[in-house]
Design a protein around this ligand. Structure first.
Ligand code: TXA
Ligand code: MG
Length: 338
């Protein structure tokens, strides 16, 4: 890994240059790693059917072997070929939301290597809605395994620069198509048993999914990393900035904390819909949009940027505790200290 050529290529997000795609596809086919944009976050891609290539993803990310990765396809048919069962719910959801930020967990096909599924009986499948990702999957002629392109437990990358800062020289090629539009990971739904279960809230709202297939069971996530995991990879401490992040339900609580930190000469960032009213000011104030899509698109980029300022603490006033904010609040809970 070390000493590997470090390469970054600009690529048009809507009309990707075929020569650049061909170069990236050749790397995938020869077992290398390519960081690629999707509509959610950047992924660290490898040929999903080559165990050694997928093992390299785990090595570079320092990802625990028990945390399985998502396999990206570029058609429903290609997804269907990788599972032994394509239930009616899968057909309905794939028709409604693929390509898009929805990952379906289904019984794994025999061609899927153990390393992809962490040895488990299911495989996670997604057709990403990004012309660069789709072109690369098609040109490589193989499904692409890709977790988010960051070291394990760190914030997911929404720009190529984030990927470069986190993984740097350990990637063979980074395709830079600018900031991702969605900014938050896909929604993961388990369809491997008769009653659909939400494993990870994400960019696609659960209400949209339920409009198509009816009620979906909400998976309860563990509060601590050492609790028994209800599903592989559902680690609670995840998606975290380096700067300690504290989240508050109300601006008043956050302002009390702000006052005491500033009085101790701490350098604090404030993040919320509104700035604080407190007499003592934070070093930096970031206002995020009141709509879920706008907030999601900016959240990780904001935390990455604040991390670079090397502040003492980030205080964040949470968006409302309602279902449309489920994914945002899930990530913030995992990103926060204590
Ligand atoms: O938006 C996304 O989903 C991005 C882009 C790159 O597609 N990918 C992503 O991958 O977020 P990753 O590895 O960071 O998260 C994948 C999630 C993890 O929570 C993992 O545990 C779950 O999917 N997962 C993967 N395979 C699974 C399986 N067979 N059963 C249950 N959960 C699975
Ligand atoms: Mg990830």
């Amino acid at each position: 890994m070390a000493g590997r050529d470090n390469r970054m290529r600009s690529i048009d997000p809507t009309r990707p240059d075929p020569a650049t795609i061909a170069e990236a596809a050749a790397i995938i086919r020869s077992g290398g790693l390519v960081a690629l944009p999707t509509e959610t976050v950047y992924g660290l891609g490898a040929d999903a059917l080559r165990p050694a290539a997928v093992a390299e993803i785990f090595a570079v990310k320092r990802r625990p072997a028990r945390n399985p990765v998502i396999v990206h396809v570029a058609s429903q048919e290609q997804g269907q070929e990788l599972t032994t069962d394509w239930p009616a719910f899968a057909a309905l959801l794939a028709s409604a939301f693929w390509p898009g930020p929805l990952t379906l967990v289904l019984p794994r096909g025999p061609q899927i290597p153990d390393v992809v599924t962490a040895g488990g009986p299911t495989v996670a499948l997604r057709w990403p809605a990004h012309p660069v990702a789709e072109a690369l999957i098609r040109a490589a002629g193989t499904p692409i395994a890709a977790p988010s392109a960051n070291r394990s437990t760190e914030l997911s990358p929404t720009t190529a620069a984030h990927v470069h800062r986190s993984l740097g020289a350990d990637v063979d090629l980074i395709l830079d198509a600018g900031p991702t539009l969605g900014g938050l990971e896909s929604t993961v739904i388990d369809l491997s048993s008769p009653s659909p279960r939400l494993l990870r809230p994400g960019l696609l709202a659960i209400s949209d999914i339920e409009r198509v297939i009816g009620p979906v069971e909400r998976q309860v996530t563990p509060a601590r990393i050492d609790e028994v995991l209800p599903a592989p990879g559902m680690l609670s401490r995840h998606y975290a900035p380096r700067t300690p992040l504290e989240c508050f339900e109300t601006g008043d609580e956050a302002e009390l904390r702000l006052g005491s930190l500033v009085a101790q000469a701490q350098r604090v960032a404030w993040v919320g819909f509104d700035p604080p009213n407190a007499p003592l000011s934070p070093k930096v104030t970031v206002r995020l949009p009141r709509d879920v899509a706008g907030y999601s698109a900016q959240l990780y980029a904001t935390l990455h940027r604040l991390d670079e300022l090397l502040l003492d603490r980030i205080l964040l006033v949470l968006p409302p505790d309602s279902e449309d904010w489920l994914a945002v609040r899930d990530r913030l809970r995992r990103a926060s200290t204590a």
